[in-house]
Write a protein that binds this ligand. Structure first.
Ligand code: FES
Length: 103
């Protein structure tokens, strides 16, 4: 199972993913700079990613806490999510997300 990551330079790569992991953790485990300062507590927004439009509607909607943190990110897109709030499942095999500058 995999996710597809587009890094800040626009380079796309497939990353092995494990069920039950947060997408933020999967990205970080592969050595990419994804922030994650609060460890997945939905309290920092440094793990902000843009979900590919094709996948955005397949994810559970952001809850109020995630929406509130997304309001803090410098540049918000219609498919912005906090990657720590997306728990990877086999249904998400091939999930495509893009790293964005969060600082
Ligand atoms: S790691 Fe802090 S909000 Fe996602």
């Amino acid at each position: 199972m995999r996710i597809v990551l587009v890094d800040q330079k626009g380079v796309e790569q497939a990353l092995e993913a494990a069920e039950g992991w947060r997408v933020m953790e999967i990205i970080r485990e592969h050595g990419f700079e994804v922030g994650g300062l609060c460890g997945g507590a939905c309290a920092c927004a440094t793990c902000h990613v843009e979900v590919h439009a094709e996948w955005a509607g397949k994810l559970h909607p952001a809850n109020d806490d995630e929406e509130a943190m997304l309001d803090e990110v410098p540049v918000l897109s219609p498919t912005s999510r906090l990657s720590c709030q997306i728990i990877y499942t086999e249904d998400l095999n091939g999930l495509a997300v893009k790293l964005v500058a969060n600082g």
